[in-house]
Design a protein around this ligand. Sequence first.
Ligand code: SF4
Length: 401
Amino acid sequence: MAELQYETLSFMEKEDDVVVTLLKLFKTSIPKAELAKIAGYKVEKNKIVFNLGQKKAEFRFSSLLNKHFEYLKNIITGNDGTYIHRNSGIPLIGNVAFGIVYRESSIIEIKPVTSCNLDCVYCSISEGISSKKNDFVVEEEYMVEELEKFLGWLDEDVEIHIGVQGEPFLYQDMSLLISDIQKMKRVHTISIDTNSTLLSKEKIDVLAKNSKLQVNMSLDAIDEKIAKNMAGVKNYNVKHVKDMIAYASEKLKVILAPVLVKGYNEKEIEEIIKYIKTLKKQPILGIQNFLQYKTGRSPGKEMSWDDFYTLLEKLEKKHDIKLKLQKEDFDIRKLKPLPKPFKEGDEVQAVIKSMDRFTNSVIAVSKDRNISVPGVRYQKDKKINVKIVRDKHNVFTGKVI
Ligand code: SF4
């Protein structure tokens, strides 16, 4: 008898299939007939029991799982998903949407998940419930191992910024990941951007055990109608978000980061200032000016930087509050470059390992780096020859030759 127990998976029987849920965010279905071919079995919540020896059951079930992980779907959006784990053959450097992104600065970005539960009108990456992109989720242990290796090579004191394409608390292992990074000696700060909707007092209490953590929380309006309109979803609960900001500010270092979008919330910025002034412990306010990105949504025109700073100055004086954050407010240093195994213009052979974010684009792997290759149909493990057309910061794009 083999008992296979998982922390990241749960199982549920549904008609002729067993539905497997990964990290509470993705699911796939395994036909019962395929499971029965392994041996007699029984599923429980996080467990599957086979009438077979442990080693054989582990091997056969993991092959079956890998096969059906090819058809992972995001539970929120129904989009395709890719699980990146130790044995996936997908490294964590080379793609801007997941893994480790190092821009030769003392702030290193890590991205364990993509996907968002909102649909903000100004989202710079068009993320959210209307997104049609492929999503990624990275195994927590793999992320930690690779980050440790990277920090060992870098040998510098750094900030780790969890800045995902989406909402980071959709990642079931986020608290675990933060507590693992907290233990890393070379990390002095862990910062994370969140829309705050998925936080609870209990979660904040757990997060508050990490002394290095700084949480950057969004709040774009106090008025419920404007807040819902900006978040792009009807169920956005501004009261909950305000409660979380108030609670987190007492327990953690919090930066409140509203995005000022012309025509939407100019007046609301003042209401946000008034609101944070009522809090027991006032978070730092870091207002951002909406900028139009090629990949982002377009809610209207940008506010000019002159108008933006004039508005901030006016509000600073009126409310006696610091709003213009300077570069010195952040500890950013330039650090050594990470060697590139190939550079722009090189021709390399690579193996297709996954779909990329956009349809008709794949991730091919060569020399421990991911290369985004547009215009290619996904065929797992197919070898292709590509010419590197972008290599900045070890984020690679290639063109099939
Ligand atoms: S919360 Fe962030 S990632 Fe999600 S839709 Fe809004 S801006 Fe985009």
